[in-house]
Every structure is written in C-alpha cells, then in structure tokens.
Ligand binder design. Structure first.
Ligand code: UT7
Length: 318
C-alpha cells in the first residue's frame, strides 16, 4: 500500500474537424512547408473555422464526456471540474462553469486555471492536492483551447504553430502504488512579456518572442523533470515514457537529450496537432494509452512550459 495520491482513471480528447496543412500558409505568407517542418516538426493542426461563442466549452465538454465514458461514470459522479485554458470563451462565467452546465452538473466546485501551456500540469497539481486533502472525491481536469481565435493570421512567427483541441482526465484518490508520485510548478512573472495575449487594444492577439521562449523551454522543462524525479525518489532510468508539452519537435528532442532519456521513450505528436497549449499533454496521453503503451506500473514524466513564464513537471505511475 502506498501513500494517498491522485490517480488518472481515464482520458478523453476532442478536436475540431478542419485540418490545416503547411501548404495553406504557403499560399499567403512568406513561409514554406520545408521551413515549418524543419524548424518545428509541425505538418498539420486542427482549426475550428467560424467557431461559435462557446467553442472552448463545447470542445472541453466533448473531451470530458469521452473521459467520463471511459471511466464508466457519469458527470454527476464528479464533484470538481477544473479547466485549464488561456483562450476562454469569455472572462466570466468561467469555462469550467459552462462545461459543468453542458455536462448537466450543478453544485460542483468548478473553476478555470490560467497557466497557459503549463495549465495541465498546474491543474494536475491542484487536483492531486484537492483529492489528498479530502476536499474533492473525483476531479475532472480539462485542458481546452481555441487558439485560432486569438492569433494574428498574418504573423508567421505564431499563427502556424498553434492548433485547437481539448483533452480531459478523470482523477480519483488512490491508496495503491499508482498515482501522481510528485509534481513541480514554477512561475517567473518577470518574463511575462515573452509570451502574452492582451485583453485590450491593438495587441489583442497572441505575441511571442519565439527564440527566447525556446531557450527557456529547453532549460526549464528538464530542470522541472529533474526536480519532480528527485521528489519522487526515482531516476531517469525509472521513467518509461516522457510526455513533454508539444510546441516544437526540436524543443522536445533537446529536452530528451538533456535528460538522457532514450528517444524511443519520448512521445511526439506535434506533427499532427501543432501546439494546443494546455491540451497537448492529455491529447498525447490518450494516443499513448490507446496505442497500448501504458500498462500497470508504467511511469510517465510530463512537463510543460508556457506564458508566465510558467513551467512544471509531474511523475505519474499508472
Ligand atoms: O507553448 C508555449 C511555448 N512556445 C514555444 O515553446 C515556442 C518556442 N519557439 C519556437 O518554437 C521557435 O523559436 C520558432 C518555431 C517560433 C522559431 O524557430 P527559430 O528556429 O527560433 O527561428 P528564428 O525565429 O530564429 O528565425 C530563423 C529565421 C529568421 O530569418 P533570418 O533572420 O535568419 O533571415 C526568421 O525571420 O527564419 C525566419 N522565420 C521564418 N521563415 C519562414 C521565422 N518564422 C518563419 C516562418 N517561415 N514561419
């Protein structure tokens, strides 16, 4: 018997139908499939064209429904709904409140987390604490983004990097060996200008200093994983799979190299979805699970970096 911790019971995802390849951008921007492929590894991304006003909550609710079905429970079995997003449908009510409504849940503890691409790791850390403290009995954690609404489609430095999508996990308390072994989170607000989405004015689209964010990503993500491993008292040899935030295949490769993990253990799907921010890790988790790569006792390290600058990592035993 292990100590009490939160366990991921199931995962579900949702993606809008439209798939945009790199050639779409070649048509109107000074860019090429070659450049995008070589510098980012991205080939396609899902985009919700003409999204409804509640697109984010719709995507999040769809991913949540899939996770609930896989867990064999209904939405009313959940008492806590956390939505990590930086592209909410509105400032108020929260996306989590709308998702709860769409799922037919009333009375739950429901709120959004704003930690950009680190949102899923921050949410997982929060869910773990809520379950261990006894405040929550079952948590639905969702990462949902409609980033296409927030990019400047004429900025080649950002628009082609991102995609829309959502992923959700159901978490319960576990007293077995399985569960979240450790979690680390990090914020450096002095670096806020590097990646931001303003609310008002002419700059109300996503802006990024790509080179600088890149440099922080390749140092902070390995550092966060090392800290999480130390807390969980494991080494990189104990890690069966690394699921890093999917922003750029070169960043992912570098993070793997820094950690000294075999590339076959590093999950990469940025080629298909681009950067879906808080949704990248649950989307990759579902693909990995569906592919039969997650079994009892499999140890996964997740890590992310995003606007804030935020970063984090967690070690999870299945
Ligand atoms: O999820 C949140 C975290 N976000 C990230 O982790 C993203 C981090 N940053 C990155 O992934 C990379 O920095 C980018 C993909 C954004 C850019 O790649 P890079 O290797 O850092 O390229 P760069 O900005 O240094 O630009 C190299 C060249 C420049 O031309 P010169 O100055 O060498 O002539 C750019 O102007 O590529 C040019 N360039 C492009 N060319 C074609 C920049 N963007 C493009 C483009 N197509 N889309």
């Amino acid at each position: 018997m292990g100590s009490l911790k939160a366990r991921i019971v199931s995962v579900g995802t949702a993606l809008p139908e439209t798939i945009r390849d790199n050639f779409y951008f070649e048509k109107y921007l000074d860019t090429s499939d070659d450049w995008i492929t070589q510098r980012t590894g991205i080939k396609t991304r899902h985009v919700w064209e003409n999204p409804p006003v509640d697109a984010n909550a719709q995507l999040g609710a769809k991913a949540a429904e899939r996770a609930l079905t896989k867990a064999g429970i209904t939405a009313t079995d959940v008492d806590t709904i956390i939505c990590a997003t930086f592209t909410p449908d509105q400032l108020m009510p929260s996306t989590a409140a709308d998702i709860a409504n769409k799922l037919g849940v009333k009375g739950a503890f429901a709120f959004d987390i704003s930690a950009a691409c680190s949102g899923f790791v921050f949410g997982l850390t929060m869910a773990n604490s809520l379950l261990i403290s006894g405040q929550s009995k079952r948590v639905l954690l969702i990462g949902s983004e409609v980033i296409s609404r927030s990019v400047d489609w004429n900025d080649r430095g950002t628009c082609l990097l991102f995609g829309d999508g959502a992923g959700a996990v159901v978490l319960e308390l576990s007293n077995s060996e399985a569960g979240i072994l450790s979690a680390e989170t990090y914020v450096d607000g002095s670096l806020g200008e590097l990646l931001k989405l303003s609310l008002w004015g002419e700059d109300d689209h996503l802006e990024m200093n790509g080179k600088s964010v890149y440099r922080h990503a390749v140092t902070l993500m390995p550092e966060q994983v090392r800290r999480a491993m130390a807390k969980a008292e494991i080494t990189i040899d104990d890690v069966d799979l690394l699921i890093p935030h999917q922003a750029n295949a070169r960043i992912i490769e570098k993070v793997g190299e820094e950690l000294g993990i075999d590339p076959s253990k590093v999950i990469v799907n940025v080629d298909k979805y681009g950067n879906t921010s808080s949704a990248t890790i649950p989307i990759a988790l579902e693909e990995t699970w569906e592919a039969g790569r997650i079994k009892e006792n499999t140890i996964i390290a997740i890590t992310a970096l995003g606007g804030g600058i935020t970063a984090g990592a967690a070690i999870i035993r299945f």
